[in-house]
Design a protein around this ligand. Structure first.
Ligand SMILES: Nc1nc2[nH]c(O)nc2c(=O)[nH]1
Length: 312
């Protein structure tokens, strides 16, 4: 019997649709149990249930933390994670006024917002995302948490773990072999070497989150120095963890949309190739940034998800 009480986060469904956002490739750690979404944030199991005018939430602290005195302000954690200070209906109106195609798509996909995720978890997850499906990435992320993370608690018969920190993933080079066994393939050494570099940077007294507030160009340049991080991975991480709201990632879904809808205006020649040259990538990305403005990455997400669902 579960006696944890529910609290309310005041945000209507048109501002946030959990059923659209949480399984759509921004985070790979949310699980649906009946009508509840469950994950781990800040070492807490967080349980969400969407209602028309608000989200109901409750949490279970990690067993290791249960005896600590300062309780975590879960409402604040969720407001931060869901970027609730950003008003989505206003953004949708602005995108619609700038872009006729967006205006036709938007009514079918309301409530799509960008999550503000932990930088390390996002970086590591998107290194795993190259040439990969959401289902497989989710499986890999489950495996890495189970093997290298710390146990939080069990809810509804499922054990939840934290996402491993960089130091957990670079303790020894045998990590690479273990990651390969967990299905990471050629991405295994990238995860290990990136963990090593980030950990060394942390030992110098830095943390990834200190890059929040830096320009998009600076954050992107930093990320692209890391093993396994190309333009698309860097742009996703910029957008979903570093507050670079104008970042526009271009993958095969976006490339398909661009060829159908934006190629003429962006002066992009159609191509059957699935891979983009650096200059085509940059041209498309900066054209869409110019079209949609400072929150271009939020508009990208609506179109990305519309294409994802079309191909599902
Ligand atoms: N909103 C977006 N989510 C994504 N997941 C993923 O793998 N790529 C993307 C993306 O471009 N946008």
């Amino acid at each position: 019997m579960n006696r944890i009480t529910w609290s309310q986060l005041k945000i209507p469904i048109k501002e946030i649709s959990l059923d659209i956002i949480l399984p759509s490739g921004q985070s790979f750690r949310w699980r649906k149990h009946g009508d509840e979404w469950v994950s781990v944030l800040n070492e807490l199991i967080v349980i969400l249930r969407q209602e028309e005018d608000h989200i109901l939430y409750r949490s279970i602290p990690s067993q290791a933390r249960a005896t600590l005195t300062t309780p975590i302000d879960v409402e604040h954690v969720l407001q931060d994670y869901f970027n609730t200070s950003i008003k989505l209906s206003k953004l949708y109106r602005e995108f619609g006024a700038r872009d006729r195609y967006f205006k036709t798509i938007a009514p079918l996909f309301s409530g799509i917002r960008i999550l503000r995720q932990d930088p390390w978890e996002t970086l590591c997850s998107f290194i795993c995302s190259t040439n990969n499906s959401i289902k497989r990435i989710t499986q890999m992320i489950d495996n890495i948490c189970l093997t290298f993370g710390t146990y939080v608690a069990t809810y509804d018969g499922v054990a939840y773990y934290t996402f491993p920190r960089p130091e957990d993933l670079c303790a020894s080079s045998s990590v690479v072999q273990k990651l390969r066994e967990l299905g990471f393939g050629y991405r295994a050494p990238y995860v290990y070497k990136t963990a090593l570099q980030v950990h060394e940077w942390e030992l110098l007294g830095h943390e990834l989150s200190e890059l929040r507030g830096s320009s998009y160009e600076k954050v992107r340049e930093f990320l692209m120095e890391l093993p396994g991080v190309g333009p698309k991975v860097a742009d996703c991480v910029c957008l979903m963890a570093f507050d670079c709201h104008s970042s526009v990632p271009i993958d095969t879904h976006m490339w398909n949309i661009v060829q159908r809808r934006y190629a003429k205006d962006a002066k992009i020649r159609p191509s059957k190739s699935k891979t983009l040259s650096k200059s085509t990538y940059d041209d498309i990305s900066s054209h869409l940034r110019g079209l949609w403005g400072d929150y271009a990455g939020w508009a990208q997400s609506v179109l990305f998800i519309s294409e994802l669902r079309k191909n599902a």
